[in-house]
Write a protein that binds this ligand. Structure first.
Ligand SMILES: Cc1cc2nc3c(=O)[nH]c(=O)nc-3n(C[C@H](O)[C@H](O)[C@H](O)COP(=O)(O)O)c2cc1C
Length: 190
């Protein structure tokens, strides 16, 4: 699907988290419960990223994203999912490139900033520019500089696949974690 207007999930799903089981079948309109879907997905702890790009006139913009993941080692591909109604949707599509900024544990204010004002929050930071021309948040845990390789329909989101051109990471720092709708932190098992 190429347009921005999305459609909901189109197949039956059974989501199981702890002792709660919820059946969903969107096509037949049976028990579609978005709250339960969100709550169950919240069991999947993730790191927090800001995905950045530039507007056509060169302004740095970004969006807080936890749907980031790796796809392929060879070639090196990553993905994230972007809401079709996101403010910066057209900028990602037009630039054809993005950077992934993985936030450190103490950078929750940056996550909140890009979640609420992704069009302007770079103005509060001293961003660097990547080789591909993407803005980079200073002092993050890791960055991936990517060209958009493909896009795929993801219901009310679009799935963007990026080919990694350059990366860097800090082997010692800890990530900001998002879990059950709240920020959290990693703790090593003893
Ligand atoms: C922790 C966290 C993770 C998020 N993950 C995503 C995501 O994966 N994809 C997405 O499109 N929006 C995600 N959002 C929401 C966007 O950051 C942003 O709030 C949303 O696009 C609305 O802002 P906008 O109207 O300026 O686009 C996330 C927000 C937070 C706080």
């Amino acid at each position: 699907m190429s347009g921005r207007s999305g459609r909901a999930l189109a197949k039956s799903e059974a989501l199981i988290c702890g002792s709660i089981t919820v059946s969903m079948n969107v096509q037949e309109n049976i028990q579609f419960d978005q709250r339960a879907f969100r709550d169950a997905m919240g069991c999947f702890a993730s790191a927090v990223t800001v995905i950045s790009t530039t507007t056509e006139d060169g302004k740095a913009v970004g969006t807080t994203v936890n749907s980031f993941n790796s796809v392929s080692l060879d070639p090196p591909l990553v993905l994230f999912c972007l809401g079709r109604e996101a403010t910066n949707y057209d900028h990602f599509m037009a630039s054809g490139r993005f950077a992934v900024n993985i936030l450190r544990q103490d950078q929750d204010h940056i996550s909140n900033g890009f979640a609420s004002d992704g069009a302007n929050f770079f103005q509060t930071l001293e961003a660097e520019t990547s080789s591909l021309g993407n803005p980079l948040i200073p002092d993050t845990l890791a960055t991936f500089d990517c060209k958009i390789e493909a896009t795929h329909d993801g219901g009310d989101h679009i799935i963007l696949i990026g080919r990694v051109n350059e990366l860097r990471h800090d082997p010692d720092g800890d990530p900001l974690v998002y879990y059950r709708g709240r920020y959290s932190a990693v703790a090593a098992k003893s």
